[in-house]
Design a binder for this molecule. Sequence first.
Ligand code: HEC
Length: 173
Amino acid sequence: MKHCKFFLVAVATIAGLAALIAPVPGHANGQSAAPYVTEIPQGYRGWKWISSAHEAGKLNSLGAVLGNDIAFNAFRDGKLPYPDGTIIAALHYQNVPSDENNKIFGQVQSFVPGAPTNIQFMVKDSTKYAATGGWGFGHFQDGKPADAAFMKPCFPCHEKAKATDLVFTRYAP
Ligand code: HEC
């Protein structure tokens, strides 16, 4: 009987420990994934333009980089590091020739944003996103956030822009 009690206690202890070290649902391998942005920041479409970028190759996209007021002021004044509260939005579209405009020119020379492809965000919160250089990365397609696996390469690549606080874009005057 004594043995039996000991056995039960042992089982309960092991079960308790197992529950403690068990992987958190949604976090692969039990390692908690770095937090990232899963909600589209409000009002981003009305923010100020900072610059644009065209990516060639397979992407063939046009991008507009917008920033909230904190972002815009920091970009314009060349302030580094970007203060908490900075939010940068990169709106991406297919890069398509404009038939309408090209008719006017008489040749293919006008390219405009086609269908939206995705929207990416960088949100500065040095506490919440400490694991990724103080930036929360966000990627949305059709309004839906990407999963944790998709978000993994964002930080390692943006880290290459360490000298400018992980931000590649320069303010276009
Ligand atoms: C292989 C490198 C690389 C990866 C991976 C990458 N980016 Fe970028 N990102 C860039 C470059 C370079 C730019 C500059 C603009 C451009 O060329 O499109 C940029 C621009 C941005 C911008 C505008 C601010 C800035 O830094 O210029 C945001 C926001 C952004 N990326 C978010 C993301 C998110 C979110 C992910 C992950 C889903 C991601 N990026 C993955 C290289 C990368």
